[in-house]
Design a protein around this ligand. Structure first.
Ligand code: URP
Ligand code: ZN
Ligand code: ZN
Length: 482
């Protein structure tokens, strides 16, 4: 199958240039001006931009939390991603204990192979390409010994948490040992940075005082905790000489800490997520404030502004989403693909903010909102847009140039982007399987028109042409340190 894209303007992380593109089967086969080749399909992209498909480094699909589950699975979340121009997504595998311990494992101890197998099964319905990170939420000698086995499974990345005491957090000594193992095995440690001890103390006090509303989610997770944890993790990276990637950075002070560490040669990189560029604790004070509950929480306008600077100045390397949607009211069904569906969501915490599932939608919103608000306002260039949302995630996570590029030989994951298209955005435009959208009523300019996954047209305007099961698991190699 040959597809010829004519007359488009290609945007990569480093260049903007006119070129035709010949796609042959799953790959970009040729680039050049005035390409004339017999093809099965010819598309005129005059006036349009051609971007490499987005790579979202941080999503949570079908994730069990607080007696419910994130409401997008590996089909619905991937479909939404594709409508927003993203063709690769990476989600996190919870370290899960098998019903019966395997090998040297003890009852209740997570097992990597078991956990990966579970997630592979869930992802059989994938509609775009995907890979996984492993949550390292338990640590002992056996688990330490088995970390390198993840590489054979194509998983080069471990997420550690400095918060969620008694649930996901491991102590700093274990994080340090994990970093040493990662260093010795060409792996990358990803870190969730908040101060778990401070959070536990403040949550206890808030509940005892009868504070149950959503804003207390933010008030009990102070920004200084994110800053101190970021510096601590950067310090551990320096002391272990490991490569570290700090996820969902949300505080201006975290950007400062990252800058401090990077200027001193520490191999630490940073991701922010779309929501932290726009929203503040004031959004949690609205009657529908539960929509904005995620961890870490929304901060202040000053933090929004510093994160933008971090993106502009190359202190931060990526923009992800932390897509982890829940219904605002999971007692009321929505129609998804013609069928009613309701999944318990944020109403679970209507009387207690600690019971509101943490997370929000964003996988479809990321590229169109960032384009309008970032490129459209001149905060970042179109090339930086591609760098932050596609090329850099592909590089850091060992997928470049197969993903994140428009080079000959790369997977033909291609977005034909209409820079003039105006969209009144919101839940009616969204394929995210939830009952709200954080960008409701936002006027966007610039939107995906056609999206190809490995040469196959999966989104054509408003039409879904993708298929459950068409997404491929990507075994990743060693990534780059940017
Ligand atoms: O609230 C969030 N972000 N939920 C997902 C888990 C995490 O820490 O990334
Ligand atoms: Zn996290
Ligand atoms: Zn997350």
């Amino acid at each position: 199958m040959k597809t010829l894209l004519k007359n488009g303007t290609l945007i990569t992380a480093s260049d903007t240039f006119q070129s035709d593109i010949l796609i042959e089967d799953e790959k970009i086969a040729r680039l050049g001006l005035n390409l004339e080749v017999d093809s099965d399909q010819r598309i005129d992209a005059a006036g349009k931009l051609i971007l490499p498909g987005g790579v979202d480094p941080h999503v949570h699909l079908d994730l069990p939390m607080f007696n419910t589950v994130s409401s997008d699975d590996h089909y619905t979340g991937h479909k939404a991603a594709a409508f927003g121009g993203t063709t690769t997504a990476m989600d996190f595998i919870p370290l899960t204990p098998p019903p019966h311990p395997v090998g040297e494992g003890q009852r209740g101890e997570g097992d990597f192979q078991y956990s990966v197998d579970l997630w592979m099964k869930k992802a059989e319905k994938a509609a775009i390409d995907y890979s996984f990170h492993m949550n390292l939420t338990q640590f002992n000698d056996r688990i330490a010994k088995e970390i390198p086995s993840l590489r054979g499974m194509g998983i080069q990345t471990l997420k550690v948490f400095t918060a969620y005491n008694g649930r996901l957090r491991i102590d700093d000594g274990s994080i340090f040992r994990a970093m040493q193992i990662a260093r010795d095995n060409g792996m990358l440690v990803m870190a969730h940075c908040e101060n778990g001890d401070v959070i536990e103390t403040l949550v206890g006090k808030a509940l005892a005082a009868g504070h149950t509303s959503p804003e207390w989610h933010a008030l009990t997770r102070p920004g200084w905790g994110a800053i101190d944890a970021t510096l601590r993790v950067a310090g551990l990276a320096a002391e272990s000489d490991a490569s570290v990637y700090i996820v969902h950075m949300n505080m201006g002070g975290e950007v400062d800490m990252l800058k401090y560490a990077r200027e001193r040669g520490v191999k630490v990189m940073g991701e922010t997520c779309l929501q932290y560029l726009f929203f503040t604790i004031d959004d949690l004070r609205r009657p529908d404030g539960a929509k904005w509950i995620c961890s870490p929480p929304m901060r202040t306008e000053k933090d929004n502004a510093r994160l933008w600077e971090g993106l502009r100045d190359g202190i931060l390397q990526t923009v992800g989403t932390d897509h982890c949607p829940f219904f605002l009211d999971g007692t009321k069904p929505i129609i998804y693909e013609g069928r009613e569906i309701a999944i318990a969501g944020k109403e679970l915490g209507k009387d207690d903010f600690t019971k509101i599932p943490n997370g929000l939608p964003g996988i479809q919103d990321r590229l169109p909102v960032l384009w309008t608000q970032g490129v459209g306002t001149g905060k970042i260039s179109a090339n930086q847009f591609v760098e932050l949302t596609s090329a850099n995630p592909a590089r850091i996570f060992g997928l470049y140039p197969r993903k994140g590029s428009l080079l000959v030989g790369a997977d033909a994951d291609i977005v034909i982007w209409d820079p003039q298209k105006k969209v009144s955005y919101g839940v009616s435009k969204s394929h995210q399987r939830t009952d709200y959208n954080l960008y409701e009523g936002w006027e966007l300019k610039g939107y995906p028109e056609k999206v190809f996954l490995r040469g196959k047209l999966i989104v054509d305007g408003d039409e879904w042409k993708g298929k459950r099961g068409d997404g491929k698991f990507l075994k990743r190699g060693e990534g780059e340190i940017l």
